[in-house]
Design a protein around this ligand. Structure first.
Ligand code: SF4
Length: 146
């Protein structure tokens, strides 16, 4: 049995918790919320620290030094982080779902995730080069796939 099937999120150790992250990079995209409807919109404007080819944070261990408002996902706050994509491993397990077939813990690498189009790889622009963020709303980060 795989640890994510045997343990609850709060029972996982630090290594197990970190390995759950698929490294899709979608949480590193800027998002907009409609003032009136409170609807969430993803953009392709990525955090300045996102590695566009690898789809991972280039300063993960030190990220709070560069981006103090970055969020650390934990078992205690995952319920509130409704802006995480449906494909996010933490949100999937929190919702009682399993990991998808393309998840790196299943396949052994990030390649299947990239091939399935479930990551940010080569699909984003750096937030520092964006003029009107409203022009960068995209739908693909909302897509989930088992
Ligand atoms: S969206 Fe979830 S699984 Fe994807 S990189 Fe962010 S924390 Fe990890």
């Amino acid at each position: 049995m795989s640890f994510w099937k045997e343990k609850s999120l709060s029972q996982m150790d630090a290594h197990e918790w970190e390995s759950l992250c698929d490294g899709c990079g979608k949480c590193c995209l800027n998002k907009l919320i409609d003032d009136e409807t409170e609807e969430l919109y993803y953009t392709n404007a990525a955090c300045k620290l996102l590695d566009h080819q690898g789809a991972h944070c280039s300063q993960y261990q030190d990220r709070f030094s560069f981006v103090p408002l970055c969020t650390k996902v934990t078992a205690d706050n995952v319920a509130e982080l409704t802006w995480l994509p449906d494909s996010c491993a933490y949100r999937r397990l929190y919702a009682g779902r399993d990991l998808p077939s393309w998840h790196p813990l299943i396949t052994g690498s990030k390649e299947a995730m990239h091939q399935a189009g479930m990551s940010t790889q080569n699909k984003v622009k750096c937030e520092t080069n964006i003029k009107y963020i409203e022009d960068h709303i995209v739908l693909w980060p909302m897509r989930d796939q088992d």
